[in-house]
Write a protein that binds this ligand. Structure first.
Ligand code: GLU
Length: 241
């Protein structure tokens, strides 16, 4: 279980995310990546090895955009190479997911999706989540409903953060069981999400934490919390010193 950082607001998402991922390096990891919506499409950059590979790539060619997610991976399914690094995309390139934890029923989900014609591009368990989200979105559901439907099928302890170029004003974060935490940070006209407090503490001290089976719908001005059954949850906004 490694690091997750996400940003939505008016600043460059990539700068925020890289800074946050650096603060989570102490946790150890084998690869790192970032996905940012550039106004037209989701740009993904991900590399095996140290964060410096990602930093160098972004210095060579920036990705500009105001919504994005990043990840440092500790591989459980699929070797630590560029292709298996997160963020993970599906068939459309319009949905992107970072994930901590293990999808315990990944093999049966993969077999079922493949029997429906889905082509897997990685060896990760994470990719099954992306394809499930895409499947429900293709049936006309929005990202939040699609993620909820997907998570009803997923077994195991997982922290998941995702966004879609179809709804580039929203990041969704979810927690199932205990695969590390999910913290949502409140800024001024911007919001943050991370697996761990240090990733965002330099930017805000106002934070809320997801419990198991809760989901946060994060926009730049606010976050709405629900459980997976759709019941509203009032977040406990804590002051972190
Ligand atoms: N199970 C996922 C993978 O192998 C996530 C690993 C992690 O928690 O970093 O890609």
């Amino acid at each position: 279980m490694c690091g997750i950082v996400g940003y939505i607001g008016e600043k460059e998402a990539a700068n925020f995310i890289l800074e946050g991922l650096k603060k989570l390096e102490y946790r150890g990891y084998d690869s790192a990546g970032i996905a940012v919506y550039d106004g037209k499409q989701i740009q993904v950059r991900r590399f095996a090895g140290k964060l410096v590979n990602l930093v160098n790539s972004l210095e060579e060619q920036k990705i500009c955009g105001k919504i994005g997610i990043g990840h440092t991976r500790w591989a459980t399914h699929g070797e630590p190479n560029d292709r298996n690094a997160h963020p993970v995309t599906g068939a459309t390139g319009r949905v992107v997911v970072v994930h901590n934890g293990i999808v315990e029923n990944y093999l049966s989900l993969r077999e079922e999706l493949e029997s429906e014609g889905v082509n897997f591009l990685t060896e990760t368990d994470t990719e099954s989540i992306v394809h499930l989200i895409e499947k429900y979105m293709s049936l006309g559901n929005n990202l939040v409903t699609s993620l909820k439907n997907a998570l009803r099928m997923v077994k195991g302890a997982n922290a998941i953060v995702a966004f879609s170029s179809d709804e580039p004003d929203t990041i969704v974060a979810a927690r199932l069981g205990n695969a590390g935490g999910v913290v949502i940070g409140y800024g001024q006209g911007e919001m943050y999400v991370a697996s761990d407090i240090p990733a965002i503490l330099g930017h805000t001290t106002k934070m809320s934490f997801l419990d198991s089976r809760q989901i946060a719908i994060i926009k730049k001005e606010q976050a709405i919390f629900e459980d997976l059954d759709g019941n509203k949850v009032t977040p406990d906004i804590q002051q972190i010193s």
